[in-house]
Design a protein around this ligand. Structure first.
Ligand SMILES: Nc1ncnc2c1ncn2[C@@H]1O[C@H](COP(=O)(O)OP(=O)(O)O)[C@@H](O)[C@H]1O
Ligand SMILES: [Mg+2]
Length: 146
């Protein structure tokens, strides 16, 4: 499903990804670990196409996404979620609008269908009932798991 071939990326002469090769099969869960600054986030940014490599390929379901235009990439990004380590919520939006953001912006789903899906997802992680709260109204432990 995800195949990375000979991926290289340097910043100002500092090599971060040095001919990286990696295959992740459908249904497989892969964990990338390493000390701070070793290039985990840089790798993830190449997989979702927000960074371009110096050389190498990132093949997602048979397509080399390093060759796609920004417009084509946007369609591809619908398949991905990337959760940042901290402060990644829109403070002025409700939990429902935060969790359903991608569907609100990029799908043709009606609002009540989106709300249903958001409630379902919140239920999966034990957070049902906070749909209408704003991030600031939640306790820290809520925000970490949201
Ligand atoms: N946009 C950038 N410009 C310059 N250097 C960068 C950039 N992004 C990441 N780096 C450098 O690449 C290295 C790996 O960073 P990163 O992937 O964020 O590490 P981590 O493994 O902690 O996620 C670090 O030395 C970082 O300073
Ligand atoms: Mg990181």
């Amino acid at each position: 499903m995800i195949e990375i071939i000979n991926l290289c990326k340097s910043f100002n002469g500092k090599v971060v990804l040095d001919n990286l090769n990696l295959t992740i099969n459908t249904g497989e869960t892969m964990v990338i670990i390493g000390r701070s600054g070793c290039g985990k986030s840089v790798l993830l940014k190449h997989i979702i196409g927000i960074m371009k490599p110096d050389s190498g390929q990132v093949i997602i379901n048979g397509t080399d996404i390093t060759k796609l235009t920004e417009r084509e990439l946007n369609k591809f990004r619908m398949k991905f979620g990337m959760l940042f380590q901290g402060a990644a919520l829109f403070d002025s939006l409700t939990v429902e609008e935060n969790v359903g953001f991608n569907l609100i912006e990029h799908s043709d789903w009606q609002r009540d269908k989106i709300r249903g899906r958001v409630t379902e997802c919140l239920g999966l992680v034990g957070l049902k009932g906070i749909e209408d709260s704003k991030p600031a109204e939640l306790s820290h432990s809520y925000k970490v798991s949201a």
